[in-house]
Design a protein around this ligand. Structure first.
Ligand code: PMP
Length: 410
């Protein structure tokens, strides 16, 4: 499994016609050696690279896959719409059906809009918040990722200082820092934007589950200063909770951005919002060539139907917990101290004293050579296609991967 000749040939060709051979988060030159760049197929929780190697995948396309690759129910719904047309003269009835479904599924949602990528949805939410408040500033969790536009892109190259002038950082789970950010905004805060738990990536930072007192404080502060509370559920949506992630805490944001897992890999995102922001959402000009296309909407309707038929977040968390428990005892048996954080359905594993991620890189490289796809610097993802038996299969291989990592690090 170390030889990837077809992959290497494709990389050589890509290097000539695609900038740096690959851009963005899927550029595997950012990864330890041994990870494939190009994939041929996915089915259930398995992936096959272009050289025919099979992987049990715990990355789920960085989130979009949630009901298994090539899910027959979702694919049939998308295909049925595609056969009748995808991008047509205007939207199909699927758009109204999906908007009704989002309003039924997410407690605070009184209306829904649709776009394609997560960045579309977070950008729309910010635009609506600014239109509604007539204010400029965004209070944002310092190292959180909300998209690759000029305001939010962690790499400033190609944007101007003016693009970012209206962003004020605060620390997740730290109300004092949010208060300070609000004070700095001085009455000009259009929105607070944050994710339901802290999941900075890439990096070696632990994930932080939200402190309920912080969540209540965020809501109260937004109300006090008249800022719109935007929840970025692009990564978490439908994995933590089938609805808004803070609903179990009794807290509702004003706008929520969804995308990745909505349609099990079909391109769609959504902004949902409360009644009082409906007019501002109507007043801005928002559109995209592919935003009205029916196939992804049909896929989303089918997928959300699957995800809400049973308590799928509980199932993903239960299976994810088995993986977490297994890895924890294996790491200890091989003499490693590891810290696992975040919800079990979106796990992250960090080795002690591994800021350079060298140990994580060695471990995940050893795992991928054994057919288990993990990531050294980004949270992993469970899906409803991952079972207890799959976790047992993975753990047989990660045990060897820890052993190999131990031999490397003495
Ligand atoms: N917000 C969060 C929390 C994300 O994880 C991402 C994507 N990783 C985005 C926004 C941006 O989504 P997209 O890449 O689809 O534009």
């Amino acid at each position: 499994q170390t030889e990837l000749p077809v992959d290497a040939a494709l990389r050589a060709r890509a290097g000539k016609v695609i900038p740096s051979g690959m851009y963005g988060h899927m550029n595997v030159t950012l990864m330890p050696a041994g990870f494939p760049q190009f994939y041929a197929e996915g089915k259930g929780n398995r992936l096959w690279d272009v050289d025919g190697n099979e992987y049990l995948d715990f990355m789920c396309s960085f989130g979009p896959m949630i009901s298994g690759y090539a899910n027959p129910v979702v694919d049939a719904a998308a295909l049925a719409q595609q056969k009748r047309g995808d991008a047509l003269g205007g939207p199909t009835a699927r758009m109204v059906e999906l908007a009704e479904l989002m309003v039924d599924t997410v407690a605070h949602a009184d209306w829904a809009m649709f776009a394609k990528n997560g960045t579309d949805a977070t950008s729309l939410a910010v635009t609506i918040a600014r239109a509604a408040t007539g204010r400029k500033k965004l209070l944002k969790g310092g190292t959180a990722y909300h998209g690759a536009n000029a305001w939010f892109n962690p790499n400033p190259l190609g944007s101007t200082p003016e693009d970012r002038a209206n962003i004020i950082d605060f620390e997740f789970n730290d109300l004092a820092s949010l208060e300070a950010a609000a004070a700095e905004a001085g009455g000009d805060a259009a929105a607070i934007i944050l994710s339901p738990f802290r999941h900075d990536a890439p990096g070696s930072t632990d994930q932080y589950i939200v402190d309920p007192a912080f969540a209540r404080g965020v809501r109260a502060l937004a109300d006090r200063i008249g800022a719109v509370l935007i929840m970025d559920e692009v990564r978490t949506g439908f994995r933590l909770h089938t609805g808004g992630a803070w609903e179990p805490l009794g807290i509702e944001p004003d706008l929520t951005a969804f995308s990745k897992a909505m349609a099990n890999g079909y391109a769609i995102s959504s902004v949902v919002g409360i009644d009082s922001l409906r007019q501002s959402a109507a007043d801005i000009f928002a559109t995209g060539s592919f935003w009205y296309a029916g196939a992804a909407m049909a896929a989303a309707i089918a997928n959300i139907g699957l995800l809400t038929a049973t308590d799928t977040p509980a199932q993903m968390n239960r299976v994810g917990q088995l993986l977490r428990d297994g890895l924890q005892s294996q790491a200890a048996a091989h003499g490693f101290t590891v810290f696992q954080s975040g919800p079990p359905a979106m796990p992250f594993l960090r080795f002690e004293d591994d800021d350079s991620l060298a140990t994580a890189a060695a471990f995940t490289a050893a795992a991928v050579r054994r057919g288990v796809l993990l990531h050294p610097a980004h949270n992993w993802f469970l899906s409803t296609a991952h079972t207890e038996a799959d976790v047992a299969w993975a753990l047989e291989r990660t045990d060897d991967a820890f052993a190999e990592t131990r031999t490397l690090f003495g």
